[in-house]
Design a protein around this ligand. Structure first.
Ligand SMILES: Nc1nc2c(c(=O)[nH]1)N[C@H]1C(S)=C(S)[C@@H](COP(=O)(O)O)O[C@H]1N2
Ligand SMILES: [Mo]
Length: 258
């Protein structure tokens, strides 16, 4: 369980806000006095400190060393995307492929793999935890998502980034496009990257070529493979069945924190 979902967090925050509100409503006339201001400031200060201490903010997922790498990283879910356009790009090593960045942005982008490789990058050795109960440690290198979003200039209404993938998965409605989404806290997190290399080699198709999301504080199914398009949205209500990801639409947790 993550601190984000820890019920004590809400209780503590609520408690702090209620105490501050109580003092404000009852003590307007006293607001000039120094002792009142000190108490108010300490409550607000405490509130902020609790938020910072309990909020998932910038905290990093654990990172490992080369000695920890799994000898074989399991392939799970789709190991390819049947889509014709995807197959044509795969035949030419994604030479003409471009990542689309759109939705609620001032400056839509189309980034080739070469352009992505030239952007600010990060390498991280992390543990991938699948909800099915297996884990593998792998090394990922990719473009950090934050500078890409800064380049695209998010509109103020943007609250989530949706990752549209090339593959489909079965559902009772028939095949559904695989997609994922993260909030801006995660989008701007240091370890959130669009990985183009895995274990120092170009990302294999089975692991999601040409790029896959690595958002390391989340379960395996959030690590979207075969990412074709990023879309900034206010809400994911109108995408798929409206729960924010293919697996959330099937009833799994959207946040899927670890
Ligand atoms: N596009 C897409 N992304 C996906 C999946 C998938 O089927 N399609 N499977 C998910 C699941 S459940 C896991 S555990 C990981 C598996 O990644 P891997 O094949 O590199 O191990 O990818 C996730 N991302
Ligand atoms: Mo998974």
């Amino acid at each position: 369980m993550t601190v984000e979902h820890d019920p004590t967090r809400r209780r503590l925050l609520k408690g702090g806000t209620a105490a501050a509100a109580l003092m404000l409503s009852g003590c307007d006339r006293l607001s000039e006095s120094d002792w009142f201001r000190q108490i108010l400031e300490s409550v607000e200060g405490l509130n902020l400190r609790i938020q910072r201490a309990l909020g998932r903010g910038k905290e990093l997922a654990p990172e490992y060393t080369a000695a920890d790498l799994s000898p074989l990283f399991k392939v799970n879910g789709n190991d390819d995307a049947e889509d014709d356009r995807y197959q044509k790009h795969a035949d030419t090593q994604f030479a003409d492929w471009k990542l689309e960045v759109g939705g609620l942005v001032e400056q839509p982008l189309q980034l080739s793999l070469a352009e992505l490789r030239a952007l600010p990058a990060r390498t991280q050795i992390t543990r991938h935890d699948c909800v099915e109960g297996w884990s593998c440690i792998g090394k990922w290198t990719g473009a950090r998502l934050a500078p890409i979003l800064q380049q695209a200039r998010l509109k103020p209404e943007a609250r989530y980034i949706v990752f549209h993938c090339a593959d489909t998965m079965p559902s009772w409605k028939g095949p559904q496009p695989y997609y994922e989404s993260i909030d801006l806290d995660d989008a701007f997190h240091e370890q959130t990257i669009l990985a183009y290399d895995m274990n120092d080699q170009p990302l294999p198709i089975a692991h999601g070529a040409p790029i896959r999301l690595r958002a390391e504080r989340h379960l395996g199914y959030k690590q979207a493979k075969f990412v074709m398009k990023l879309e900034a949205v206010t809400s994911f209500r109108n995408i798929g069945d409206g729960k924010g990801s293919y697996w959330a639409d099937q009833g799994y947790s959207w946040y899927a924190g670890i």
